[in-house]
Write a protein that binds this ligand. Sequence first.
Ligand code: G1P
Ligand code: ZN
Length: 545
Amino acid sequence: MKITTVGTTPFSGQKPGTSGLRKKVRVFTQPGYLENFVQSIFDQLEGQQGKTLVLGGDGRYFNDVAIQIILRMAAAAGFGRVLVGRQGILSTPAASAVIRKQRAFGGIILSASHNPGGPDDDFGIKYNLGNGGPANETFTDAVFKRTQEISAYHLVEAADIDLGRLGETRIGEMIVCVIDPVADYLELLESLFDFAAIKKLLARPDFRMRFDAMHAVNGPYGHAILEQRLGAPLGTVVNGTPLPDFGGGHPDPNPVYAAELVSALADPTSGLSFGAASDGDGDRNMIVGRNFIVSPSDSLAVIAANYKLIPAYAKGLAGVARSMPTSCAVDRVAAELGIPCYETPTGWKYFGTLLDAGMATLCGEESAGTGSNHVREKDGLWAILYWLNILAVRNESVEQIVREHWRHFGRNVYSRHDYEGIASDLAATLFAELRQKLPTLPGTTFDGLRVKAADDFCYIDPVDGSRSEQQGVRILLDDGSRVVFRLSGTGTEGATLRVYLERYVADPARHEVPLQQALAPLVAIAEQVARIAAITGRNVPDVMS
Ligand code: G1P
Ligand code: ZN
């Protein structure tokens, strides 16, 4: 096998963020940029010779080109076999499922998740380990270090592989196997849920579902799983063909970007009773009832509280985990069940050790990510099937289920305010000031609300002892309310400030208060403490979710 070595020089800024390396397509398409990063990943691996690599992505612009390059480089890196999804498609949770089922050495997922795609938008790349989960910080730090000193990359010259045809071909000594992107994943989901009950629900004349795939990766999965396997009527899946630019949309399933779905569910003439959506790479989810949006933090809590209804989890949950900014709704469920609830930094990679150690069964984040120990990524269709399974057994509406949950556990009123595209230096100033103030805050009173504690979240992984510092500034108030500040680690331009606001309301008579109104006192505290308007010039957030 002839390996070609190409000399190169480092690019600055190849530092993986919350979820891999994400940059504009025009950055990724600079000659050598992708190659340098991929080679830096391969240079960190040990023992991959002859082993299997899983490769696929969300179908966004440049996905197809990048896959051909990575295949040639994987051959030079000594992999024995690459399993690549047909047309280069693999959703993030499906990639995780394939890595685990096929006992692969690892996987490369090409996605910038919910960020827009197209020649002027975003591309991304992430390495997952043999457990199916994102590589930890030690690995990604080492990759970054390597990118700063790289001087050559290696490939095996070969013609492009036909990714449309299932089956095996070769590049040098490496086998390239084009696989059905759905099969292993569907088999796994079938083993978790009561498909017969869901099938019956979907056949009922009084139950109508719509799944909005947002022109992203979950289109083919939705068609195969919901329509073909579970018998939902054709047309249940909308926007079901993955497009390189997601049809010009923003493939993020939230009330702003999935407004069409939300308004269809609010329209009584649509006849719809259940709506769902997922993001660019299929790991996020949105659950919508008739005229009722379920907040992701509540969804996690409802999922945990209803574990007994789901075949795979009915025997009991080992524990639950949520990212720090996620609302504490699931904590109350865990307390009642008498199981541990872990609080981790933002990003799915922190759940991996807990899942591998069997300490947590369900995990979730406020950013519309929910999942379990079945894979090592969050999983959009898993969450949707979980809800369908609950609905099939309980025979109540989405809204009834959530309201009943609040009556029992109380409501964690919650919202996230995002200030996008702030100049990075202003964001740095804001955080520097905020961090400096932290020691002076406890005991201070804002409009009758007393600060109990204020800190910068530091996480020590209970399994491997690794330490992650500066994971978000928390202001905890006496009445259990919280204000959390952090900077996004997934953006590709400027800085995005996220302010997370949470207030616990036990009394069911007060569950109806409009969300933003209930949180207004916390917004005022956020402003006083962090001086957002003064420093950034922004008076209102760009997105409230
Ligand atoms: C965001 C979310 C986070 C999620 C990540 C990847 O990261 O906040 O919960 O894990 O996307 O989907 P952020 O941009 O806040 O760093
Ligand atoms: Zn995603």
